[in-house]
Design a protein around this ligand. Structure first.
Ligand SMILES: Nc1ncnc2c1ncn2[C@@H]1O[C@H](COP(=O)(O)OP(=O)(O)OP(=O)(O)O)[C@@H](O)[C@H]1O
Ligand SMILES: [Mg+2]
Length: 317
């Protein structure tokens, strides 16, 4: 393939997470409580994927939508700091940048999300020129993006027609309707990346083997994320299980799936075999769990390599 400006074009949602920790008690209507600790950080599955695959060494551009506000500026700064190109990000003059307010209380949490501008992005915002600037298209979190969901099959078809390879992580459907025509869509998706709950919900099957069997009639590669059990891959009528890199001191698993996608797709665009793609995905998923949130463990490539060797006895070349 002739030289393209970007390795990966990510189409996805953008938001900030405002995380309140150590709250005294759960808030009751008409009262005020204190949270002893607060973090404001880049949220969104697509942005975590883009940041972390960029740190691994891919040239990444992002197509998304934010508001003309301070949270939007935080989103842009965070992506740019990780070398993700933000020139294709649209700035709405009407909608606000999406935000999730997360209240952590003991082992439990409550989240209020304002989707804002992410709901306004449509496939028309992804131009032919943008598609042609990259070798690979990755789309995530489609149920949070109604404007993308309704034209998803066409977007993937356009990408394939333009010569790109493609991947998709639909993420959970908060409405649990799973109203996408997967039979029409998946032939245009080279790598489908559900987790174990999602693939069962999509296929209405109660075990992974039957779920994969159903999708295998029209899917290409399937990589199923299995949490602390690693991952399962499907290609050419063969299923393989790849064991996890066990982390006994998990800080949290926020973004582990997105970091798995980053490792898998980084290997995939370098033409690695399925086994190797799953293995690097398991490694980057495990590295994600060694620090808070989805991007902290991916501060730099040096930091990722250091964690890989010191905690998981694995050398990243
Ligand atoms: N406790 C753990 N120890 C080691 N590896 C883990 C652990 N949890 C997750 N992983 C790795 O990360 C991958 C992705 O995690 P998971 O299955 O939780 O994805 P997900 O459900 O899509 O997550 P997300 O909530 O980020 O969307 C797993 O396939 C596994 O390789
Ligand atoms: Mg996921």
């Amino acid at each position: 393939m002739k030289d393209k400006k970007f390795d990966i074009l990510v189409v996805g949602e953008l938001n900030v997470d405002l995380i309140l920790n150590n709250i005294q008690t759960f808030p009751k209507i008409g009262t005020e409580i204190i949270a002893d600790q607060m973090t404001i950080t880049l949220g969104s599955s697509s942005a975590i994927f883009a940041s972390n695959v960029s740190v691994l060494g891919a040239k990444v551009a992002f197509v998304g939508e934010i508001g003309n506000d301070n949270f939007g500026k935080l989103v842009l700064d965070s992506l740019q700091q990780k070398n993700v190109d933000t020139n294709y990000i649209k700035i709405s003059q009407v909608a606000k940048t999406g935000a999730s307010i997360i209240l952590n209380y003991q082992e439990d949490r409550a989240i209020v999300t304002h989707p804002g501008a992410m709901e306004d992005l449509t496939c028309a915002d992804v131009s032919e020129e943008m598609l042609k600037s990259a070798k690979h298209l990755h789309v995530s979190s489609v149920f949070l993006q109604p404007g993308i969901k309704k034209c998803l099959t066409n977007l993937f078809k356009r990408a394939k027609d333009a010569g790109l390879t493609t991947s998709l992580d639909v993420q959970w459907d908060p409405q649990e309707k799973w109203d996408i025509d997967f039979e029409k869509l998946l032939p245009f998706v080279d790598v489908f990346l559900p987790n174990k709950q999602e693939i069962k919900a999509i296929t209405k099957k109660d075990n992974i083997e039957n779920a994969i069997d159903k999708l295998s009639q029209y899917a290409n590669i399937i990589a199923v994320k299995m949490g602390n059990e690693g991952s399962i891959g499907f290609q050419n009528n063969k299923i393989i299980n790849v064991p996890p890199f066990l982390n006994k001191n998990v800080v949290d698993a926020i973004g582990a799936g997105d970091s798995f996608n980053a490792g898998f797709i980084f290997s995939f665009i370098h033409n690695k075999r399925l086994q190797e793609c799953l293995q690097l995905g398991n490694l980057t998923g495990a590295i994600n769990t060694t620090a808070a949130g989805g991007t902290t463990a991916f501060a730099s490539l040096e930091a990722v390599k250091k964690t890989a060797i010191e905690q998981f006895n694995f050398i990243i070349n």
